[in-house]
Design a protein around this ligand. Structure first.
Ligand code: ADP
Ligand code: MG
Length: 243
């Protein structure tokens, strides 16, 4: 359902990656791991054009196009099919939890406000924050803010949710509630790509773990296989440090 072919991105003369190929089936959950500075965030951001890739072909659901000739319509369509969960939540500080979840449905999908708010309330129920509908982000814990961030991604009804280190800015006591919500989404077969250092989460939830180093996908395999029998020396080294 998702296919990246030959994706390249450079900043100035620094080529972050060139020739990334990756594909996912509907309902598949991929965890991307690798050293910092390797291009994991940039790759996720290229998938929904938060960064414009320099070359390659992108397919998400029924939409596919060459990135160099992407039209505004194609980029907007791509953004509707992909939702992003940021490390730092990126909530609207001046909007309540309910408004944060409803915003995209109103602005992006053009849904009538009453309907969007009704849907947002359903989502707040599902993420266990019904009683926080009228709370502003500053009055929520980090874990609650990130659950709102995930609720907003759920509201987008996207083909895929892209998570960029969703728990790494959290105080340790909030990590489990956020991972728990992500596990529930996984159990509902939400297609997702998750960049994380939470190896236990990867073990439990990932269909496939992708190891990236210096802008390359070095190897990918189901977690049981990748963690116990990494083939490449770079993967072995990385896992020795992190496990
Ligand atoms: P990771 O998420 O794996 O830690 P990133 O994708 O954030 O890696 O970064 C990959 C490389 O791209 C790094 O060398 C980083 O400094 C560089 N980079 C990322 N974003 C930008 C940017 N907006 N401008 C310039 N360089 C960037
Ligand atoms: Mg990153």
């Amino acid at each position: 359902m998702i296919e990246l072919k030959g994706i390249r991105k450079q900043f100035g003369d620094h080529v972050v990656f060139d020739g990334i190929d990756l594909s996912l089936d509907r309902g598949e959950i991929i965890v991307v791991v690798g050293p910092s500075g390797t291009g994991k965030s940039t790759l996720l951001r290229c998938i929904n054009f938060l960064e414009t890739p320099d070359a390659g072909h992108l397919t998400v659901g029924d939409l596919g196009f060459d990135v160099t000739g992407a039209t505004r319509e194609q980029i907007l369509a791509l953004r509707r099919r992909t939702a992003f969960v940021f490390q730092n939540y990126a909530l609207f500080a001046n909007k309540t939890a309910l408004q944060n979840v409803a915003e995209g449905m109103i602005v992006v999908d053009g849904m009538p406000k009453a309907k969007a708010y009704a849907k947002a309330r359903e989502i707040l129920e599902r993420i266990g924050l019904a009683d926080k509908a009228d709370a502003y982000p500053a009055s929520l814990s980090g874990g609650q803010q990130q659950r709102v961030g995930i609720g907003r991604a759920m509201a987008a009804n996207a083909d895929v949710i892209l998570f960029d280190e969703p728990t790494s800015a959290l105080d340790p006591q909030w990590v489990e509630e956020v991972l728990g919500l992500m596990k529930r989404l996984a159990a509902e077969h939400q297609t997702m790509i998750v960049v994380t250092h939470e190896m236990q989460f990867a073990r439990e939830v990932a269909d496939r773990v992708v190891f990236m180093d210096q802008g390359r996908i070095i190897e990918q395999a189901p977690p049981a296989e990748l963690f116990s029998q990494p083939k490449d020396e770079r993967t072995q080294q990385f896992l020795r440090k992190i496990l």
